[in-house]
Write a protein that binds this ligand. Structure first.
Ligand code: AMP
Length: 279
């Protein structure tokens, strides 16, 4: 496995692959866990080469403190990647990716960018679009792997690829969870033991609301979730929404319950956790 920090050196190496070989690409922000490894595993099963990027992208953070606190564990990440089928790691600096202009481009994702995460994290998806487009241009992957953990991000990347007619297949991978149901996340390492103990409530509530959705109207489901979080002091609900998987718009209060998903964002003090479930 080779580790590159420079775009030029990475591209030189990638251009040595023969043109008929496929490249599976997994973009990450590091602090790797089994969720990331499941994406890398899918990439390795279906491609000749696997490229993993590790870059904590400053332009997608809407809070300076969140960016500062984000876990950075490059050495441990590299030793983990050495144990799986990963051919190339790309771990650039912010300067390498942005030169002297650490700024996002502005994207139109047909409104997907204004809902849920976009509503609560201003500019987040411009930052995501900017970095993923840059990375796609550098790596030129055949297939790119993204987790359903960030379902809105997955849909936005698919939209970006379609609108810009980029030559890459975007593949969604299922959410990897801890034994107690908490979705794996690099941010979980920042939780205190008390917060970590409380955090499985997120998935527990999602599973329960999936059942409720069979019989109850959307408004009742939303109110029930709000109430579940009010009952305890550690996790603060930011939003809960039941939305169409394609448009991400709030589901209408009717019986066509196909392709809906419940989305949730919760704060444990300043640590923000998100999750979702197919209904
Ligand atoms: P991140 O490092 O958080 O930017 O995540 C990099 C990629 O891994 C994104 O496509 C995420 O959706 C995906 N990912 C993160 N956590 C999980 C998880 N628990 N299960 C599956 N994919 C995940």
């Amino acid at each position: 496995m080779l580790v590159f920090k420079s775009i030029k050196n990475l591209q030189e190496y990638i251009s040595s692959f023969s043109a008929d070989k496929t490249i599976g690409f997994v973009p990450t922000m590091g602090a790797l866990h089994k969720g990331h490894l499941s994406l890398i595993n899918s990439a390795s099963l279906n491609n000749d080469f696997v490229v993993v990027s590790i870059f904590v992208n400053p332009t997608q953070f809407n809070k300076a403190e969140d960016l500062k606190k984000y876990p950075r564990t490059l050495e441990a990440d590299i030793s983990l990647l050495n144990k799986v089928k990963c051919d190339v790691v790309f771990a650039p600096t912010a300067n390498e990716m942005y030169a002297d202009k650490v700024e996002s481009s502005s994207f139109n994702f047909d409104g997907l960018e204004h809902l849920m995460e976009g509503e609560f994290r201003a500019g987040h998806f411009d930052g995501v679009g900017t970095i993923v487009k840059k990375l796609f241009e550098i790596v030129n992957p055949t297939n790119a792997y993204f987790g359903e953990k960030d379902f809105q991000q997955l849909q936005i990347i698919k939209k970006m690829v379609a609108k810009n007619k980029l030559d890459v297949n975007v593949i969604g991978c299922k959410i990897f969870r801890e034994d107690d149901g908490l979705a794996m996340s690099s941010r979980n390492t920042l939780l205190t033991s008390e917060q970590r103990k409380a955090a499985p409530l997120i998935y527990k509530t999602l599973k329960q609301v999936r059942e409720k959705f069979e019989t109850d109207c959307i408004e009742d489901c939303i109110n029930w979730v709000k109430n579940e979080f009010k009952k305890q002091p550690i996790l603060e609900l930011e939003y809960f929404q039941i939305a169409d998987e394609e448009t991400l718009k709030q589901a209408p209060n009717n019986n066509s319950k196909k392709n809906y998903r419940a989305f949730i964002a919760v704060f444990a003090d300043k640590i923000r956790l998100i999750d979702n479930i197919k209904l």
